[in-house]
Design a protein around this ligand. Sequence first.
Ligand code: LMR
Length: 396
Amino acid sequence: MFTQLKQVPADPILGLSVKYKADNNPNKIDLGAGIYKDEVGRTPVLACVKAAEQYRVEQEASKAYLGSAGSGLFNEKMTELMLGKAHNVIAQNRIRTVSTPGGTGALRVAGEFIKTCTPGATIWVSNPTWANHQGIFKAAGLSVKTYPYYDYENNCLDFDGMLAALKQIPKEDAVLLHACCHNPSGMDLSKEQWQQVAEVANHIGFIPVVDMAYQGFGEDLDADAYGLRLMADSVEQMIICSSCSKNFGLYRERIGACSIIGSSAAYADIINSVLLAVVRVIYSMPPAHGAAIVETILSSPTLTTQWHSELEEMRDRINGMRQLFVDKLVENGVTRDFSFITTQKGMFSFLGIDKEQVQRLQDEFSIYIVGSSRISLAGISPTNVDYLTQSIAKIL
Ligand code: LMR
């Protein structure tokens, strides 16, 4: 059976990390995977996470199964974090959340859930979108189509194209939207644009699937959830996939959540039963450690305050690097206008260079960026920015 297999190309993002690790050039720079790095290139465990882990070690009384939904307290705290405690959907008891193995797990559960509702359903994703979105939904048996999103020519949002496409989407389909810090473009919708998208979703009745993997990395925890909260106010049914990888720095612990809003509390209970059945046949139950850390932080006012300030520090560092990067490009003689990078949000932006230039950066300078020319700003620091911008000047 195995002899029929053909070699599969390495993942466009994870494959880069492998190459980067194997590179011996002392000047190498990793702008590939979306992982936060501090000024000296480390991805430290947040202090609030360490404190929560310590607390758990002392307090945890059992390792018995938690069930397919994972920890109820984590699910409740995550729902409040995303929607805000006072949201109507919570008051009306219309949302059900399950803990998942990372944001990817949440997306796969969402895909399987949609397939259970409508076998052969179509989900629309932005062009471009996170490199793994299409694969996850196709693996769940959905058909995937794209709507316009980014104008590569002018480095801005193609909102007219997006809205026109959304207006044509059939009622039975699902539409994936990035809550904030669009991956890979860094280009987010304004409040007015969210309003228009929410009106179209409400009018047509398609199912919004909002992916919130970077809450807190754009402006702040509440501002980043603006569009998601508005959408939840505007439609009867909706799916939210979230991740604690970036904002809690829990990458390898694999913790996220899949939340589904139904049109009434009674429907939400039915939805919950389907969610549990979906989870049971994929991984049975989610891992508990990451959820325990997050619920401990969010249940403690002191740890929550500490988390907010550590999150702000990460966000401010990345924003600072956006400005420094653009300034240094100019200083090192690049005449092309990259100022759009300072207006974008989150970890990523497109450089807008071609595949050959991306490859040259890797081969000649040991600078690793995704083939689409997506860069992770989190990999830039005051110590590597000169080498980086001088190298870009050379390949341009
Ligand atoms: C990214 O987009 O780089 C991250 O979300 C990491 C991943 O799993 O692809």
